[in-house]
Structures are given as C-alpha cells and as structure tokens.
Design a protein around this ligand. Structure first.
Ligand code: ADP
Ligand code: MG
Length: 635
C-alpha cells in the first residue's frame, strides 16, 4: 500500500484541507496530552512552509451532532498555536458564512482550525452535502488522521472523492509501520496481545496467527485462553462466551507451529483496586474469589526468552492492570524488553491507546520503532482490512505502470493531480512534464506513471534493493533528467534545435568528455575502460531510455532512429569536438582555452553526472531506505 503524500504536490498558494486527529484529552479546558497534535505537526509545518493556505479539521470527543461547549476545539487551537509559534484561529463552526470568510482570508503559509466537525451529525453520516461544503474550502485534501481512517465520515471519505486526496506524513508513517507487520515482516516475528477483551481483538489474532512465529498472550485476554486450557480464573476479567473461539485459535496456532506463551504464574488480587491484598500464584491455582491482575516473574522470564531473537514485534494491549502501579510490573517489563529490541534494530510497533500510554508513562516512546496513534484504526489495519479513509487516497503508481497500457485502478484520481511545477525535490522530474505529457493524453498513464513515481521514489518508496532493483524505476526517473539535460545542452549551445537535434548536442558533449578521458588515460586504457564502461552504463540508459520508451509504441522505427542518431552522433561528435576546440583555441588564450574546455566539458559532465546521479542516487537511497526502515524513525 503506497499512497501519494503531501510531498507529491506543490502546495504553494493552494488551499489545503487537512483532516487531523486532534481528539485529545481535555481537563478544565486544557489539553492534558498533546501527542496527537504533535504527531501532525510535520504535515502542517510542511504545508505552511510551502506556502499553502491550510484549513485544519478534526473531531473532538462524541458530541453526537450537537454543539457542546466542553468539546470546542479552542484549547486545541491554543496548544497548536503554541507548538507552531503561529496563531491558528479556530472558527465558531465548521460551516457558515463566517467560516467561509475566514477561510478566504487565510494567507499563504497560514493555518486555521475548523470547529469540531462532529457538532454536525452530517459528519459521521458521511453526508454528501456536508462533504461538499468542506470540499469547497480547498483545492486539495490531505488526510493525516490515521486514528479515524477506519471511519467512513464526510471529512475522511466523502470529501476525498471531491478533491485530489493525499496522505499526510503521519498517515504515511502509520501505513508504512503497520504494513511492515503484514507484508513481508522480518522473522522471527512475535505478536504480544493483552488488554481487556478477546472479542475486540479476535480478528487481529486470527490474522496475525498467519504471520507470526511467536504469540504472547497477557492481560485480561490471557484469562479467556486460560479458560480454554481448562484452568479456572476465579473472578478475573474473562469472556466466557469466547472460550470456544480461544480454543480454536490455540488449535490454529499449534497447527501452524506458532509458539504460544500463556501465563504460567500470575499476580492475583482480592480486588482490582489500589492498596488491596495481592500475591503471586501458579496459573493452575487461582482462588475462586480473586482476580488475575498481572503476570508473574516466571511468565516474564518465558516472555523474555521467547522474544530473544525476534526481529519484528507487534504489541497491543497491556499485560496487566498497569494503571495500578503494583500491577504494572509485567507491562513495564515488556515495554523495556521491547525498547531494547527496537534499539538493537528490531522493528517494534505498539498499537492501542492503553499500550501506547503505558510505553509513554515509562518514557520509552522514542525508543520504539513506531507507536500507532490510532487504537481502533490500527486494530482494523492489523485485521487485514482496508480502511476506508486510506482506500480513498491516491495510490502511488507502480513503476510497472510505465509500460502498462491501462493502469486501471489509479486512473480516476489522476484527474485531480495538480499541474506540477519545477520546485524543490521534484524539480527535475516535474519540469519536463508540462512540455511533453499533454500531447500524449491518451497514453497519459505511461507518461504520468513516470513522473509520479519519481518524487516518491526519491523521497518515500520503501524501495527495492540497491542497484538491480533501481532499474525498473530508472526509465521513469531518468526521462525527465534527460530532457532537463537536453535543455541545458541546447540552451548552452543556442542551436535552438528541436528534440532530435537536442539529443545530438548531448551526445556531442558526451563524446569529447570521454574522448578526453580516453586520451589522458593513454595506455592504461584498459584500466580506465572499466570505469568508462561503468560510466557508459550510466550513460547508456539515455539510449536505453529512448529505446525503452520507443520499444513499446514503435520499436523498430525508434531503434533505427536511435542507430542513425548514434552513428550521426559519433561522427558529429568527433567533428564538432575538434571544431569547437579549434574555435576555442583561436578565440582564447591557452589559459582561457583550458577554462573553455572546462566549461565545455562541465556541461557535458554535469548532465552526465546529473544523469548518473539520479540513477546512482536511486539505488543509494533505496539502499538507504530499507536500512532506515529497519531502524525506523524512533518516535
Ligand atoms: P489497548 O488500548 O492498548 O488496545 P485495551 O483497551 O484492550 O488495550 O485494554 C487496556 C485495559 O486492559 C487496561 O485498562 C488494563 O487495565 C486492562 N487489563 C489488562 N490486564 C488486565 C487484567 N488481567 N484484568 C483486568 N483488566 C486488565
Ligand atoms: Mg484501550
């Protein structure tokens, strides 16, 4: 699952509607935990610094379609303003003329926050009119609210069919982290599931059982499994009507060879309260009137040894009643083990509001690979379901689409793709597009597939492995680079020749460079040839590029042209290089000649290196990416 993100469009001057998840806890009108606000800062800052006019929208609590003063977003706006060090006004309502005016007044680089979306019942009903009203505020839609991506609401789904829809950076991070747990995770792979209920996590368990090597069960969830093993759990929290399902899951695990770790000793308490009497007992001997509130030391040892070699861990649900410190030892211990694992390079993803809170309480948040900001959303994701709020976002076309005649699935949203501009990261890839793409509109899939892949590939694609894997992406990436090169070349030469002749100059400039190199290499040419071959390999893509693109539509014609061009180029190159050098010599002194040669070779060299660099950088960045993916941004 690879979605286009805020990095894939030029936000300058655009009105961008950003759905964020600012559903933060409030106490006495103050935000008590701003982590959800902080989590979306990268997206907001990115857009503001690009000069977008940002319209932020969120829900807060469950006002169920009615205005509730205690659920106004003003405190959130204040905290956001503090964090951004920029004033972010909050509208009095998500709709209405006042709001429309306020939106019109947003200047580039500024942001505004709409009042709680759920003050309108239409939001949760995904009402088309409400969605249209929200869409009228902007040119582009961005979803950064992973926490609500499992809900098909007006601001998460309805609006996305009316505007070009991109993922925010938080959304991207969530998708990437959670996908890494389902798609080709590194093994050994362990899932730790705990918390209050089996029923809410049954499907997750079922799906994860097909992926993991180790399954660790704790918390209230483990109690139901203890029942399934024929043990009694006293007054402990357990779901008696889920015992059969639990038994079936244990059987499935056994069949698949998954190692299951269940508590062998537990901490039992008279009551689930602070200051109550408690003790450690074997899991077989739970008194009828006591509650299991945590796992015991032996179980923790078992957990630790089961996790010894793991490379991937997903954790959802605390191991005990961690809110009461004496019953939080198991949860704290597991959190520490996982933090160490992540620090040692394993992928550790923690999902679930309470589990994340437990990790945060211990100050271990930044040690983990990823803490999911969406409880329900992350569970649904782990069930293997497609979340509606993610499904509606624009897909990043796959490199193979370049050759495909009809890249069906991503077709409709492309309509929304804003005209690219040459800027920042995207400059080399976007510049050539307007010039060439429109003419090819029927085959636009091919054209579009290319450039759209590029930025992403450079910036985000969890790329394939190094050099060979770089190849499929190469035609797309190089194309624009080549045209950019051509332009530079033709500009410098002032020949003003159209495309075909523009190629010649490029070749012309290349040749003298290699000719010079060959000359200076002298007898050591064999030794030099190797790098030269490498370079020509880097260069060849230019031809390969042409022939690659040519092959499909009119292979033979283009191949012939390519051959002719090549021969013509060689001849022209030799002549022109000589003439150029002579002319230069005539005009300028030796020193000047040197500088002329430098100038001459540099355009040839620069484009060449420029051509190489995307190709060379690609694998490098792709090589870097998996590494980064392994380490994962620790937040
Ligand atoms: P998450 O939010 O991480 O998905 P859950 O909401 O499923 O986790 O469960 C968290 C709750 O489970 C916590 O309030 C915790 O006290 C409770 N819990 C954990 N272990 C037990 C237990 N043995 N008995 C009762 N409650 C438990
Ligand atoms: Mg919870």
């Amino acid at each position: 699952m690879d979605k286009l993100t805020v990095r894939d469009f030029d936000a300058r001057d655009k009105r961008v509607f950003v759905r964020v998840d600012f559903n933060v806890p409030l106490e006495d009108g103050r935000v008590t935990d701003d982590s959800r606000i902080r989590a979306s800062l990268p997206t907001i800052v990115h857009l503001m610094s690009q000069g977008a006019r940002v319209v932020l929208a969120s829900h807060l609590g469950r006002p169920e379609g009615k205005v509730q003063d205690g659920l106004r977003l003003r405190p959130v706006g204040e905290r956001l303003s503090l964090l951004l060090r920029r004033n972010v006004p909050v509208t009095g309502d998500a709709l209405g003329p006042g709001t429309e005016d306020a939106i019109k007044r947003i200047r580039p680089g500024e942001a505004l926050l709409l009042e709680n979306l759920r003050f309108h019942a239409a939001e949760e009903k995904n009402d088309p009119q409400f969605a249209a009203a929200l869409a009228s505020y902007a040119d582009i839609y961005v979803n950064d609210a992973f926490g609500t991506a499992h809900r098909a609401h007006a601001s998460t789904v309805g609006i996305a069919s009316l505007l070009p829809a991109y993922a925010g950076l938080l959304m991207e991070r969530e998708i990437r982290a959670l996908s890494s747990l389902l798609e080709e995770p590194e093994h050994p792979y362990a899932a730790i599931l705990g918390g209050a209920k089996v029923s809410g996590k049954l499907k997750v368990l079922d799906n994860l059982l097909t992926k993991v090597d180790v399954l660790i069960l704790g918390g209230g969830m483990a109690n139901t499994f203890l029942l399934a093993q024929g043990k009694s759990v006293g007054k402990s929290l357990a779901e008696h009507d889920m015992v059969e399902e639990a038994r079936a899951l244990l059987a499935k695990a056994e069949k698949r060879g998954v190692q299951v770790v269940l508590p062998v000793d537990v901490i039992v308490a008279k009551e689930v309260t602070r200051g109550t009497e408690y003790k450690t007992l074997p899991a077989e001997k739970i008194p009828a009137s006591w509650h299991i509130v945590d796992v015991g030391k032996q179980t923790l040892d078992l957990i630790e040894s089961a996790l010894r070699d793991v490379r991937t861990v997903v954790w959802n649900g605390p191991i005990g009643v961690f809110e009461i410190p004496v019953f939080g030892a198991g949860t704290r211990h597991v959190a520490r083990i996982l933090a160490d694992k992540a620090q040692a390079g394993a992928t550790v993803v923690v999902g679930g509001g309470d589990s994340v809170a437990a990790v945060q309480q211990q100050g271990l948040a930044s040690s983990m690979t990823h803490l999911s900001t969406g409880g329900g959303a992350s569970l649904e994701f782990l069930e293997g379901r497609e979340l509606p709020g993610i499904a509606v976002l624009l897909d990043r076309p796959k490199p193979t689409l370049v050759r495909a005649e009809s890249p069906a699935p991503a077709e409709p949203p492309r309509v929304f793709r804003p005209a690219p501009r040459a800027s920042e990261l995207a400059a080399p890839t976007r510049t050539p597009m307007p010039a060439k793409a429109p003419a090819k509109s029927p085959a636009s899939a091919t054209t579009r597939g290319g450039p759209m892949n590029e930025n992403p590939a450079a910036a985000t694609t969890p790329a394939p492995s190094a050099a060979p894997a770089g190849k499929p992406a190469a035609p797309a990436t190089r194309k624009p680079a080549a045209s950019a090169t051509r332009r530079t070349a033709s500009a410098k030469r002032k020949a003003g020749a159209p495309k075909t002749s523009a190629r010649k100059p490029a070749a012309t400039k290349r040749k003298p460079a290699s000719a010079k190199r060959a000359a200076s290499a002298g007898k050591r040419s064999t030794a030099k040839r190797k790098p030269a071959a490498t370079k020509s390999a880097a260069r060849k893509p230019a031809t390969a590029r042409k022939s690659a693109t040519a092959r499909k539509p009119a292979a033979s014609r283009k191949a012939a042209t390519a051959k002719k061009a090549a021969t013509a180029r060689k001849a022209a190159t030799a002549k022109k290089a000589a003439t150029a050098r002579k002319a230069a010599t005539a005009k300028k002194s030796t020193t000047t000649r040197k500088s002329t040669t430098t100038k001459k070779s540099s355009p040839a060299r620069k484009p060449a290196s420029a051509r190489k660099s995307p190709a060379a950088k690609k694998p490098a960045s792709s090589a870097r990416r998996p590494a980064a993916a392994k380490k994962k941004p620790r937040r």
